[in-house]
Design a protein around this ligand. Structure first.
Ligand code: GLU
Length: 420
């Protein structure tokens, strides 16, 4: 099984990051092994009736990294690239993220290999309900609480709640987070991840003594994370000069109007040809001289070659795993880029998911103001803890973030001991 996981490039990357951090922490071998491998990996085949009358069989996975610190938490991704190893890597990163943020959760991730852009709403609903049905024995408010991720949204969560509630014979909103408000979702959840990316990126600017109103940014990816990150940065006074998505990349020296861009993308399906912008090569976009570069799409987009040519001051990782370990080494050696590592930068999403879960368990609801101010307090505390750890221990921000997370988990494992 280890070999199967390690054959996947993304898992290999997560494993290498883990090994390096475990070495840095001096973790003993037994705890190291217990921390590294996932607890449960579930794979399902799911036949779905398609609109044209065919039956298509999809493959989906749910990986629960650890159940030692509480129920597991993490999104569900719909993408053609989904593989068990990738899902396991993302579950491992969720684990360190939740521990770093001191949320009472282990990490999990789920995914289905499919192309949601080419599926009708009905097809997506049938696939989601089937997936929910398959996962039901293994998920729940005190075992595993899924949420949206790439290619899924609040509607996907609504179908899961409905499937689970119908089976249970009662309304069970606490089974997922990132739900629509009318199903006891939380105010602020939709924008939380992007808001957190902008919040941590501007906190990094502060550390560098750069005023937001003098700063510029490039955002790679304009989905839920990238679009809200761009919008919040613009509201903070940062000029968002470039944005890319699958349609292409655009640039404006004067800064793009992100509110108008959001409307344009909702209408046309992509950022390309947005009025008052010029097209730019998507790869070139990442290499522009700006203060903030926020990759908010896929894993492993910043490799060795890209890392050498980066001209940003702050690298704010909105996506999970956008920077390869080889690129990390170059960034560390260069020493002129302030890295806000993924498990810190995009932790706003799971933090507000935690708030949503708490509200569901308490049958209570908080205002958007309450949610976002609690979020900012939690992000600021962890950000400052991470930066001072890196300063005192003389390590990179990547190692600091992972070390803080991994140490929390390792301590719990040690204290609980081994059963039987
Ligand atoms: N999918 C998001 C992430 O990668 C959020 C997970 C959650 O809210 O549970 O952090």
């Amino acid at each position: 099984m280890k070999e199967i996981l390690l054959a996947n490039e993304t898992f290999g990357m997560a494993a290498r990051q883990f090994d390096r951090t475990a070495e840095f922490l001096g973790l003993d071998e037994a705890v190291r092994e217990r921390c590294k491998w996932p607890k449960r990996m579930l794979s399902f085949s799911m036949p779905v009736s398609m609109d044209d009358g065919r039956t298509e069989v999809f493959f989906g996975h749910r990986v629960q990294h650890h159940l030692s610190r509480g129920p597991v938490k993490g999104g569900i991704r719909y993408s053609p690239h989904v593989e068990l190893g990738e899902v396991a890597a993302l579950a491992m990163w969720m684990n360190w993220k939740c521990a770093l943020m001191r949320l009472p959760y282990g990490g999990a991730k789920g995914g289905i290999a499919c192309n949601p852009r080419e599926m009708s709403t009905g097809e997506k609903e049938r696939l989601t309900r089937r997936f929910a049905q398959e996962m039901l024995p293994f998920i729940g408010e005190d075992i595993d609480i899924p949420a949206p991720d790439m290619g899924t949204d609040a509607q996907t969560m609504a179908w899961i709640v409905d499937t689970a509630s119908t089976q249970a014979g009662r309304f069970t909103p606490g089974i997922v987070t990132g739900k629509p408000l009318e199903l006891q979702g939380s105010e602020g959840r939709t924008q939380a991840t992007g808001h957190g990316v902008a919040f941590t990126a501007t906190r990094a600017l502060q550390r560098l003594g750069i005023d937001c109103t003098d700063a510029s940014a490039v955002i790679q990816g304009f989905g839920n994370v990238g679009s809200y990150a761009a919008e919040t940065l613009m509201f903070d006074g940062v000029k968002v000069k470039g944005v890319s998505d699958i349609s292409g990349a655009i640039w404006s020296d004067n800064g793009l109007d992100i509110c108008q861009l959001r409307e344009y993308v909702a209408r046309t399906g992509g950022v390309l040809d947005f009025p008052n912008s010029e097209p730019i090569d998507a790869q070139e976009l990442m290499l522009q001289k700006v203060d903030i570069l926020a990759p908010c799409a896929m894993e492993r987009v910043i490799d060795e070659e890209v890392a050498k040519k980066l001209q940003c001051r702050v690298l704010a990782e909105g996506a999970n795993g956008p920077t390869t370990p080889e690129a990390d080494a170059i960034i560390e050696e260069r020493g002129d880029i302030f890295l806000v590592p993924d498990v810190m930068c995009n932790a706003g999403g799971v933090t507000v998911s935690y708030f949503e879960w708490v509200q569901n368990l308490q049958r209570f609801s908080w205002t958007e103001r309450e949610v976002l101010s609690k979020l900012e307090t939690q992000l600021a505390t962890t950000f400052d803890r991470l930066v001072s750890f890196a300063e005192t221990r003389k390590c990179s921000h990547r190692i600091a973030a992972l070390a803080l997370g991994i140490k929390e988990v390792a301590d719990v494992k040690k204290t609980r001991g081994l059963y039987p």
